[in-house]
Design a binder for this molecule. Structure first.
Ligand SMILES: Cc1cc2nc3c(=O)[nH]c(=O)nc-3n(C[C@H](O)[C@H](O)[C@H](O)COP(=O)(O)O)c2cc1C
Length: 618
């Protein structure tokens, strides 16, 4: 039976083996293997590390850990030795791993050319990780365990104070106390809507029923979003612990994690975490010996975007086609199988244990008046440092993009940042000082959404961007309500017309009218927010629509139908970059001669436009 004494014993023992306290003589090699790590080649690094250490007689401990958040520097490896600063290596290859093993693991001399930073303490003439621009302003509250623990080890989670909050909530706190603490923290749902988590739990608490459900929404379908996946891959127990605390708060007796099947690593981690949590009696019939019963199962979704919408999600769990229904009744009133149900996002739930452990004040002291705490963002697009960032609310978008993520690559200019998923909006340079805050972002013309941030440079066409997202929404509309189903198809038709040079003068007015109609008449959040990409680009980049329609020109040179595909020989510097970039071998070029384009071979793929730095292709 788990008790505070047992948790403390596990914590002490594992802190030693994790090399966080003195005691262990082994060198620990931590291979960072989130999906991003594997995609960058971490599997080969793992094999190399195993083979090299098997051939040596050194006492080495090879463990896996999630992404450190700096996806751009994957594959990462951390070397930990007793009494020394741990060193994080970046962009590893099997050859670099051999070098690191020979010099650092065997001889204690880090290979500085491959090192990114050191961890925990200063040393080796390397910057500490939290001195790097990318980490300097970050506050790891929700993601405190990312890249630190082995996600498959419940003991390492406990060593970092895991399950202490659940123990406290289940054995020492009344439901009302837990709800009060979450309300006081100011935590708002991170799935997009930003509804206060404590209020949702309170409604479910006050709704008396023999059976209640807690659901973790791990459907994460927004293009550009990978926060939830990363949390599940690197720290699955934090989500389970959050679910146990939520269950105690409003009396849930059964839990589901609805995770899209495209997240196999996250599902594997969850399955292992669930098995261990049951084994330790953190789940089951008699949690912490209190008589509280809760078990959690995983439900794999097929990856339909609309199944992230809470009412559709519940139907999907019930084995029916995932389609939204009108609310009220809200799930907390009448949810899964007709019973009171709380649905919370992965990030929301994994933040809960730290709030209970550290206290509401620790969380609410960060952030703005209405947006408390920290928020995790998945940074992608035209940005120097792609990765996961957790910052206190209130930091400006400019700081997020330029100070933390290093700005725009290839000396290009910033054009816009897209926030809030497919139905979010674009924010132009003039609004870059907008703070990360639910209300401020809405005022700037976007929504916070779940935290996917896509940065666009001057080569992005905003009409084409709106077309891309509307195309996504049209495909993902479940078809139940006419405004969303038909409206998104009509929006796409108009945008297709404009981007192919067939735009008409009345198209802008029609886009606006139709967008307002879809927003105000659609059944669920999908349709209600679907026109946002159109409306926000019209608000901030109307001149680009006009250039496409009136001048039949794409100012960003992105819409292939509006380009001539010929070379301006005066601007051409004869560098041959377009020649090298063209996959169709349609560029005719020889050293010291201007390029030209063979139109018969040209597939209009735009590779030459992207490669040319002198705007010589028209
Ligand atoms: C079309 C659509 C898709 C959604 N997808 C997700 C999702 O993938 N993950 C998520 O947590 N919330 C998603 N939501 C929001 C959920 O319906 C719900 O508000 C959320 O899971 C509640 O959790 P929270 O209060 O912790 O944010 C989506 C909403 C809509 C309208």
């Amino acid at each position: 039976m788990a008790s505070i004494q047992i948790l403390n014993q596990i914590k002490k023992k594992n802190l030693e083996t994790m090399n966080m306290e003195s005691g262990s003589t082994k060198v620990r090699i931590l291979i960072h293997t989130g999906t991003c790590g594997y995609a960058a080649g971490a599997r080969k690094i793992l094999e190399a590390a195993k083979n090299i250490s098997a051939a040596s007689d050194l006492p080495v401990d090879i463990s896996l850990s999630g992404c450190i958040g700096l996806c751009a520097s994957e594959p990462n490896v951390t070397i930990m030795r007793k009494g020394e600063a741990s060193v994080i290596y970046q962009k590893m290859t099997p050859e670099k791993m051999a070098e690191v093993f020979e010099n650092h693991v065997k001889a204690g001399a880090p290979v500085m050319s491959h090192a990114l930073a050191c961890k925990d303490m200063s040393g080796f003439d390397l910057k500490k990780i939290d001195e790097l621009d990318f980490f300097k302003s970050q506050v790891l509250f929700t993601m405190r365990n990312k890249g630190v623990i082995d996600p498959e080890s419940i003991d390492e989670y406990i060593a970092r104070d895991g399950y202490f909050a659940a123990l406290k909530a289940v054995t020492e706190m009344e439901s009302e106390q837990i709800i009060k603490e979450i309300l006081a923290s100011g935590l708002r749902g991170r799935g997009g809507g930003g509804f206060p988590t404590g209020r949702k739990w309170d409604i479910a608490f006050n709704n008396k029923s023999d059976v209640k459900y807690i659901i973790c929404n791990a459907d994460e379908g927004d293009p550009g979003a990978f926060m939830d996946r990363s949390i599940l891959e690197s720290d699955p127990h934090s989500v389970l612990e959050g679910m146990i605390i939520a269950a105690k708060a409003f009396g849930a007796t059964h839990g589901y994690i609805y995770c899209r099947t495209e997240y196999p690593l996250a599902i594997k981690m969850l399955e292992k975490a669930l098995a261990k949590a049951r084994e330790y009696n953190f789940l089951g019939r008699n949690i912490f010996g209190t008589g509280m019963g809760l078990d959690i199962e995983i439900c794999q979704g097929a990856g339909a975007f609309v199944c992230g919408e809470e009412t559709a999600l519940m139907l999907s769990i019930e084995g029916k086609r995932g389609m939204p229904r009108p609310r009220p009744p809200y799930p907390a009133q009448k949810g899964l199988f007709g019973k009171p149900t709380v649905i919370n996002n992965v990030e929301t739930l994994s933040t809960v244990p730290s709030i209970i452990r550290e206290g509401a004040e620790a969380y609410s002291s960060m952030g703005t008046l209405t947006s408390k705490g920290t928020k995790v963002f998945a940074m992608s697009g035209s940005i120097n440092t792609v990765g996961l960032v957790e910052i206190p609310m209130g930091i400006s978008l400019r700081s997020l993009i330029f100070d933390i993520c290093g700005g725009i690559p290839n000396k290009r200019k910033f054009k816009a940042v897209q926030l809030g998923g497919p139905s979010g909006g674009c924010i132009p340079e003039a609004f870059l000082d907008t703070p990360v805050d639910y209300e401020a972002i809405i005022q700037a013309g976007a929504i916070m959404g779940s935290g996917g941030v896509i940065v666009m440079d001057e080569t992005s066409c905003m009409v084409d961007m709106a077309r891309f997202f509307i195309d996504f929404i049209k495909d993902e509309s479940c078809g139940k309500c006419t405004p969303c189903r038909e409206g998104s198809s009509r929006l796409l038709e108009i945008l297709d017309r404009i981007t192919t040079g067939e735009g008409k003068d009345e198209d802008i007015a029609e886009l606006e009218e139709l967008s307002e109609f879809i927003k105000s008449t659609s059944l669920c959040g999908l349709g209600q927010t679907a026109p946002n990409p159109v409306l926000s680009t019209l608000r901030h980049f109307r001149h680009e629509y006009e250039a496409h329609i009136k001048d039949k020109k794409c100012p960003a040179k992105r819409c292939a139908s509006l380009l001539e595909f010929k070379v301006d020989t005066e601007k051409c510097t004869k560098c041959g970059l377009c020649f090298k970039a063209c996959p169709a071998k349609a560029i005719l070029w020889q050293k010291k001669q201007a390029a030209s384009i063979d139109r018969d071979k040209c597939t209009k793929c735009l590779s030459c436009y992207k490669a040319c730095r002198f705007e010589a292709i028209l």
